[in-house]
Design a binder for this molecule. Structure first.
Ligand SMILES: Nc1ncnc2c1ncn2[C@@H]1O[C@H](COP(=O)(O)OP(=O)(O)OP(=O)(O)O)[C@@H](O)[C@H]1O
Ligand SMILES: [Mg+2]
Length: 495
């Protein structure tokens, strides 16, 4: 056995994140780690990566007990970790990030040209469509994820740990990543892979370990489990209807936009959303779907020929304040950057977004804010030690749930959901799907943007597919299939 983690225990204030967890890894295998949001997956990985110290247990690498008191120790031991919350140097270029800490040239004279060239080769080999000179700050979350993957792969590690690497990338890049993982495996590299998408576990992993509430509840060969069994082990109950759909589309158009343009990203997009409908937007990374959302919300500069919301003409949306005043809400995809104030607790995050509900003239009613927060925790099954927990200390999926709770209390007139189920576990996903159906039925216009085709196909009444910033088609009814979406998304016109 290459790696053994024995009886690992980790406590945080108010929570036992890991309770005597055993985990092992063979040479040249892909071992998946699954579990609900807050189950302890990232914590286990952070202990292996030297980010956290365990309160109990030991790590044995190659038959020898090791202690990692910092990430550098772990990296030196041949372990390369892609953390869920990517830690990239935002102000440096893609190339520099890939070689960070191992810069080409000398420290007084970094050879940027050489790094750029080598990064270009690496990215080409991986067929990741990224400009090595681009500054990371300017990239969207998917592109950042690709940078982190490229960086981890070039460390020549023996163990590569990937904490939800596929959460933010699309089908196309996922397939690329999987073929890279299989190649690495052939070369004896071992991989720990975390994902909430069970299909991925079955297509790429050899073994799987399930955590629930900080405990290991099962471990074995992937082929010895069915998908339903894994779900049951993860959430402790069976889920019969993964994609509930009961929204009822009406004929009444409640939102329309004509000739929408986001300079540099989106060109000439025209569509409408009907009452009760779930209107989907799909496309590959970089197709402009995130920018379309930002544009509609006024978060980036956008122009349109015409826009109407509930019979009222909208002249322009200059900024998010304009959008919010009109009742347009966007659930952003980058929760770290736009969705949450990480240094504040759950109550304050929810209160700031819902000041109209909690404020009496100028004073915020904390009682009201607290009761809203408790309601949110119940409604979205947010796993937190209390509503006073800082959101930066929540697990990734639970942060996403706070973002949803924060914006959906408002009863918006039009909601733009950008990858709303990203990073959340199967049980919580079903909750979000119910919520989307409910929103649509209550008369809120729903624009649902997602890279996860199964949910687009199962939930949407119509789907606009984009390619290189342009609208290729709007699929309807039984035209909505994964195949048709992919064909349109790669620029092949649908008949
Ligand atoms: N730095 C921290 N301080 C306090 N609590 C923490 C900290 N990090 C994690 N926790 C808590 O430990 C538990 C396990 O969190 P962890 O991030 O390991 O979950 P996870 O399985 O990775 O979930 P997800 O699927 O949402 O990413 C959660 O209850 C979380 O709130
Ligand atoms: Mg996690």
């Amino acid at each position: 056995m290459l790696l053994k983690m024995e009886k690992i225990t980790k406590r945080f204030p108010g929570v036992l994140a890991l309770d005597n967890v055993d985990f092992d890894l063979r040479e040249g295998e892909i071992h998946a780690l699954v579990g609900e949001n807050g189950a302890g997956k990232s914590t286990l990985i952070k202990i292996l990566g030297g980010v956290h110290q365990p309160d109990g247990g030991r790590i044995i690498l190659n038959g020898q007990e090791v202690h990692f008191s910092s990430p550098v120790d772990s990296q030196k031991a041949g372990i390369s970790v892609i953390h869920q919350e990517l830690n990239l140097a935002e102000n440096l270029s893609v190339a520099h990030n890939i070689f960070l800490g191992r810069e080409k040239g000398s420290w007084w004279n970094i050879d940027h040209k050489r790094m750029r060239k080598e990064a270009e080769e690496i990215l080409k080999r991986l067929s990741f469509n990224l400009n090595p000179s681009a500054v990371v700050r300017e990239l969207n979350v998917s592109e950042k994820q690709l940078v982190a993957i490229a960086k981890a792969l070039t460390l020549n590690a023996r163990i590569i740990v990937m904490d939800e690497p596929t959460a933010t990338i699309t089908e196309h890049e996922v397939e690329r990543l999987f073929s890279i993982m299989k190649d690495l495996k052939k070369n004896g590299v071992s991989i720990i892979f975390i994902s909430h998408r069970l299909d991925e576990i079955f297509s790429v992993a050899d073994r799987v370990t399930v955590l629930r509430d900080g405990k290991k509840v099962a471990s074995g060969l992937v082929e010895d489990f069915t998908k339903d069994e894994l779900v049951r082990l993860m959430v402790g109950r069976s889920i019969t209807d993964m994609y509930p759909k009961y929204n009822v589309p009406k004929d009444e158009v409640i939102f329309e936009v004509e000739g929408l343009e986001v300079p540099g990203f989106v060109k000439d997009v025209t569509f409408n959303v009907k009452r009760g409908e779930i209107f989907g937007v799909a496309g590959l990374v970089g197709c402009g779907k995130s920018e379309l959302a930002l544009g509609l919300f006024g978060a980036v500069k956008s122009y349109f020929k015409k826009m109407k919301l509930f019979d009222a003409e909208v002249k322009e949306i200059k900024n998010p304040m304009d959008a919010l005043k009109l009742g347009i809400v966007m659930i952003p995809e980058d929760r770290k950057k736009m969705g949450l104030i990480l240094d504040l607790d759950i109550v304050k995050n929810i209160a700031t977004a819902n000041s109209n509900l909690v404020a009496k003239l100028v004073n915020i009613s904390w009682r009201k804010a607290k009761s809203l927060s408790n309601e949110a925790i119940k409604k979205f099954s947010i796993k937190a030690s209390s509503i006073k927990q800082l959101t930066k200390n929540l697990s990734g999926g639970n942060q996403q749930k706070v973002v949803l709770a924060k914006y959906l209390f408002r009863e918006p007139r039009l909601v733009i959901l950008v990858e709303p189920t990203r990073g959340i576990d199967v049980g919580a996903k079903v909750e979000v799907y119910h919520l989307i159906n409910d929103l649509a039925n209550r008369g809120t216009g729903v624009i649902f943007i997602s890279s996860e085709l199964p949910e687009i196909v199962s939930l949407c009444d119509r789907v606009l597919v984009m390619h290189r910033g342009r609208q290729i088609t709007i699929l309807e009814g039984n035209e909505i299939t994964q195949e048709n979406i992919l064909r349109a998304a790669t620029g092949v016109e649908v008949a």
